[in-house]
Design a protein around this ligand. Structure first.
Ligand SMILES: [Zn+2]
Length: 259
């Protein structure tokens, strides 16, 4: 199964484990568009988003872990993904890696555990804004689009806020032969948290990266006490601080053997 990409030649290196897409995207991080107008000091720094495997493969059931968390943590302290066997939702925050299982609880991930799909970055604040009034998820995303206008690059978002409602899910570990992702998600467990302080950890990917990842927003979350979380399905938030990091570079690690 070989995906067809525009940059097909880049994906044809036999046996190659790592593939580097040298971004031509020079970060021109204009500090406009934020309600607070506050720009952070590290605005000019580069940000390398490091991804393990493609969403294209994950959707087709490539759930075997291919990279250890010991290795993954070298490349970032902030991110999302899953664990070997599609065993729950992974959230990396402040250098700590958590696995939210189908009991809705967040567990620290052992360095020896592996991931089939993840993305991490060394998070720093390039843009900061505030959304104090209540927003539902759709309105919140629209505000994020206004704060960080859509460009042909991924953007990492960290959101701290008060959530009157926060609907999350996790998926159970799958057994072989692995079903595809849509089938696996039919067995997801959904939790509805109410009146919690939580952190959203996520990304917005551009249309051009559909397949490599998924275009649009993708958030996981952890409660303030770091005991619960999951993949975010819906929410109502207020008193939110939004930190954003547009990524200047993207590194994609492909599994060594074909699926
Ligand atoms: Zn997710």
């Amino acid at each position: 199964l070989v995906p067809r990409y525009g940059a097909g030649k880049l994906f044809s290196v036999q046996g190659a484990i790592e593939l580097r897409i040298i971004a031509l995207w020079l970060a021109l991080l204009a500090a406009s568009g934020f309600s607070s107008g506050e720009a952070a000091a590290q605005e000019s720094g580069k940000a390398l988003l490091h991804q393990i495997a493609t969403m294209w493969a994950l959707k087709r059931g490539a759930y075997d872990g291919v990279t250890t968390f010991k290795d993954l943590r070298k490349h970032g302290d902030f991110g999302i993904g899953t664990v070997d066997g599609l065993d729950g939702e992974m959230v990396a925050l402040d250098g700590h890696f958590y696995q939210v299982k189908t009991d809705g609880k967040a567990y620290r991930i052992d360095d020896a555990a592996t991931t089939p799909f993840a993305m991490v970055v060394r998070f720093k604040v390039a843009k900061r804004g505030a959304l104090d009034r209540p927003h539902d998820m759709k309105a919140f995303m629209a505000e994020l689009d206004r704060m960080v206008p859509i460009e042909d690059r991924p953007v990492a978002f960290r959101v701290e806020g008060d959530f009157s409602a926060l609907k999350v899910r996790s998926v159970p570990k799958q057994t072989k032969p692995y079903p595809d992702l849509a089938t696996a998600l039919k067995n997801q467990t959904v939790f509805e948290l109410e009146h919690v302080k939580a952190t959203l950890v996520g990304f917005r990917f551009p249309e051009s990266m559909e397949g490599v990842n998924t275009a649009g927003y993708h958030f996981h979350c952890l409660t303030e006490d770091r005991t619960k979380g999951g993949h975010v399905l819906d929410f109502d938030a207020k008193n939110a601080q939004v930190d954003a990091l547009p990524c200047s570079d993207f590194f994609l690690r492909l599994p060594s053997s074909p699926q």
